[in-house]
Design a protein around this ligand. Structure first.
Ligand code: ATP
Length: 512
């Protein structure tokens, strides 16, 4: 299966098993908006819990809030979003398709990088054991030429974007001979800036003064509550405020399933520090966040840092944690050193002081901020896509299995009476009624045991128990493990401890 086919089949699987549906499907859907189904909602809740507990429960100096989506419109002027939350847009006149100009260039650079990797692969094949990759990369003329090309385009792109020089961005697209993937032509419009915020009106009169925005990030709800939380929570710097909530962006091209949506959820934490100490905390949070990701066990090699060269208007340092999605390495989380930009701007625009009196230094100052900002939906996609696999079994059959981390699996335990009679369903119900308070269980008595196992594999249930006739006598059941498919006979009274040990958030959180 190619990566593209794999991606298509995992999207189809998400729909078939109630993880993710296209929004408004009976009306043919709404572009780049998705609904989470019965299992998707459970998986999402588990991811939120993993993040919230790691942030808020395990750090005495981090608290969580839940601010409103609607905020005073001046907030978005102060934050710079009204003027600067733009993407450069370009249209192809023949296909009438719209693109992000920077993405067209990034894709072009990625293609050059791909050529380099292909050349390296060829070298591997040609020279076998004696292949010296470092030397090959440093001397092969094709690689050197492509490396120089990629670096040149990257540098020119960053320069043009940083200077907001849209003509130069267009010129670069022309110079690179980039064609529209649909029409195949280079018939481009000029590049224009496009603001990503959705707006609506509050109240009954539609005047400019009533325009409000759907928040494009949750962070501002934290900044404007900075003093409320600091004072009422008696917080001492350094401290953090965390929040999970919806954000909205009118993305120019929304694609790749739930990777880029117009309505999505963020899990953000703003960490307030003394001015001058921000770089220390920036490094601290980069390392801490990577540990959080790796503790999930999706594979350490799937993560990498990407340091930003083009910085957002508020940042003095920024890095992404990228994840290897089925379509390549892409941003999963951003870690930004936001300086005192936001609080200072809100001070200016609101006329209220947003300062902290530091009892240790006897000084008042506007704190500096380190932000960690992760997309909940992108985390969902990371977890779900790396869990999805199609396995060939010894008997020649295939099974589709979601090897989800046990703590995140929507259903933890399937309770399966071997037959629908002879008192087995009653015993199964009794076990389930006892376990269901701590463990999310699903009861299933329909079809053969083999079919029922497959259904549970397909939704990522880590444990199934089967109740058979002997169970009535010896009070033991067969537990079957999803990944190894091994089976074991265990006493009913031990079930809770066996399963709870394996679905324990504590065990994973202790590893961070
Ligand atoms: P990108 O470069 O991919 O557009 P960004 O740099 O604009 O992302 P941030 O503003 O740093 O993203 O937002 C923080 C996080 O929110 C991102 O790392 C991502 O996980 C998530 N996110 C941002 N935009 C979207 C979107 N349209 N759909 C889903 N998640 C998103």
């Amino acid at each position: 299966m190619t990566q593209e086919e794999l991606f298509k089949s995992l999207i189809a699987h998400a729909k078939e098993y109630g993880f993710i549906f296209p929004s408004s499907e009976i009306y043919d859907g709404l572009s780049a908006v998705y609904d989470y189904g019965q299992l998707g909602a459970e998986l999402k809740n588990n991811i939120k819990k993993y993040w919230w507990d790691a942030m808020v429960r395990l750090n005495e100096n981090i608290v969580g809030i839940d601010s409103a989506i609607f905020m005073h419109p001046k907030i978005w002027e102060a934050s710079g979003h009204v003027n600067a939350f733009n993407d450069p847009l370009i249209d192809n006149k023949d296909s009438k398709k719209r693109y992000r100009a920077d993405v067209l260039l990034e894709d072009h650079i990625a293609k050059i990088e791909e050529k380099i990797e292909k050349e390296v692969e060829k070298g591997h094949k040609k020279f076998g054991e004696s292949f010296d990759e470092v030397q090959f990369r440093a001397t092969n003329p094709n690689i050197l030429r492509n490396r120089a090309k990629a670096d040149e385009v990257t540098a020119k792109m960053n320069e043009a974007l940083n200077a907001n020089d849209l003509e130069a961005v267009k010129q670069l697209i022309i110079d690179c001979e980039i064609v529209c993937p649909i029409s195949g032509t280079r018939n481009w419009t000029d590049v224009r800036q496009f603001n990503l915020m959705f707006s609506t009106q509050m109240g009954s009169v539609s005047e400019d003064t009533n325009i409000i925005y759907l928040r494009p990030e949750t962070a501002q709800g934290i900044f404007v509550n900075f003093l409320n939380v600091q004072k009422t929570g008696r917080m001492k710097i350094p401290f953090g405020i965390a929040q999970i909530g919806k954000a909205f962006r009118n993305e120019i091209v929304a694609r790749q399933f739930i990777f880029r949506m117009r309505e999505f959820e963020q899990m953000e934490m703003q960490f307030f520090v003394r001015p001058g100490e921000e770089m220390k905390w920036y490094e601290h949070w980069k390392a801490a966040r990577l540990r959080w990701h790796k503790a999930l066990g999706l594979g350490d090699e799937k993560y990498r840092f990407h340091n930003h060269e083009k910085l957002a208007h508020y940042a003095n340092a920024a890095a992404d944690i990228e994840f290897e999605f089925p379509f390549g390495f892409k941003e999963l989380e951003g870690i930004h050193s936001r300086t005192d930009f936001d609080l200072s701007q809100h001070q200016k625009f609101s006329g209220r002081k947003l300062q902290y009196f530091d009892p240790e230094t006897n000084e008042s100052y506007v704190p500096y901020v380190i932000e960690t900002s992760i997309g909940l939906d992108r985390t969902f996609l990371a977890v779900y896509s790396s869990a999805y696999c199609v396995e060939k079994l010894e008997d020649g059959e295939e099974r589709v299995v979601l090897k989800l981390p046990a703590i995140l699996a929507p259903v933890k335990l399937a309770v399966l009476p071997l037959v629908k009679k002879d008192g087995l369903p009653e015993m199964a119900r009794e076990i389930m009624n006892d376990l269901k308070y701590e463990i999310n269980c699903q009861y299933d008595e329909k079809d053969s045991i083999g079919k029922r196992y497959r259904r549970q594999d397909a939704i990522g249930t880590p444990f199934c128990i089967t109740i058979d006739h002997q169970s009535l006598e010896d009070k033991c059941v067969t537990i079957r493990y999803r990944d190894s498919m091994e089976q074991e006979r265990v006493p009913v009274e031990k079930l809770r401890s066996i399963i709870e040990e394996k679905i324990s958030f504590r065990k994973v959180l202790e590893n961070i």
